[in-house]
Design a protein around this ligand. Structure first.
Ligand code: GAR
Length: 196
């Protein structure tokens, strides 16, 4: 199985979707560790229920993004992580982390990239008045919210939508395409004869 490290900042519904897909046999992978950066995040509560170890690395305790990412890399290596999944990770990554796991970091973003990069993507979509919104799973490269797109899904924007209602509709699709993308990565890894 592919050894995953998941990084989350908040609710962790995408963490849950990945854990469930593994439990259901849809992904040949195991979650080695959850890294979270906010003490009040719900993601570690979900991890505990699934028997997954959770490590709090609070960015506020580190003097630069590079020092923070160095600690993240050490932690991921300590848990023998092969692929990193950003499941609602709200910090910008530095080359320290991106180069340590080159082409093995997957991100989920709540827009149809390259539209609406950065924070508040759902709000940006509403403000732009687009009629179709969605989400993107992509490999992480050095620029924020860029890198090869793996899967996208679209949803309609309805006339009375708020950020909350539109985000909820997008998240249904996130929970489908993020596990799907990881399954593809796991299958690709297996076919290269890793023997695991
Ligand atoms: C998801 O909608 C994800 O796309 C978004 O945060 C949410 C986390 O939800 N990520 C970003 O905005 C990254 N810039 P979750 O904690 O319930 O999985």
């Amino acid at each position: 199985p592919l050894k995953l490290g998941i990084m989350a900042s908040g609710n962790g519904s995408n963490f849950e979707a990945i854990a469930q897909a593994i439990a259901d046999g849809q992904i040949n992978a195991q979650i080695q560790v959850l890294i979270y950066n906010n003490p009040s995040a719900k993601a570690p509560v979900r991890a505990a229920k699934r028997g997954v170890e959770a490590v709090l690395l609070n960015h506020r305790d580190y003097k630069s993004r590079q020092v923070f990412d160095t600690k993240i890399v050490q932690t991921l290596q300590q848990y023998n992580v092969e692929w990193v999944i950003l499941a609602g990770w709200m910090r910008v990554l530095t080359p320290v982390l991106i180069d340590a796991f080159a082409d093995k970091i997957i991100n989920i973003h709540p827009s149809l990239l390259p539209s609406f990069k950065g924070i508040n993507a759902v709000e940006q979509a509403l403000q732009a008045g687009v009629k179709i919104a969605g989400c993107t799973v992509h490999l992480v490269s050095l620029e924020v919210d860029s890198g090869p797109i793996l899967i996208q899904a679209a949803v309609p924007v309805l006339p009375d939508d708020t950020v909350e209602t539109l985000h909820a509709r997008i998240q249904i699709e996130e929970h489908r395409i993020l596990p799907q993308a990881i399954a593809l990565a796991a299958a690709g890894q297996g076919s290269r004869g890793a023997g695991e």
